[in-house]
Design a protein. Structure first.
Length: 81
């Protein structure tokens, strides 16, 4: 079951307050941050625009927050040029 945006935001705030700066973001969170669909997210991985997610458990994957922030920073810099 997917979390609501309010639950996602609450999770992010809780992690930041606890001092976890580089926690794992689940696919639905990464899609929301990047503003892409599930298909586009996995196409980005296939094209090498985004690294593959880390396996957390058998049915659970995620990306480090720092990786997504680097992706957003690079996209911002390319847009400015």
């Amino acid at each position: 079951m997917n979390a609501t945006p309010a639950q996602d935001f609450s999770r992010l705030l809780t992690a930041q307050r606890a001092g976890f700066d580089d926690f794992l973001l689940r696919p639905h969170e990464v899609r929301a941050i990047l503003g892409v669909s599930k298909s586009t997210l996995y196409r980005m991985i296939e094209r090498g625009e985004l690294p593959p997610p880390q396996t957390i458990s058998l049915r659970c994957v995620g990306w480090r927050r720092s990786v997504i922030e680097k992706k957003l920073g690079a996209a911002y810099e390319n847009a400015r040029d």
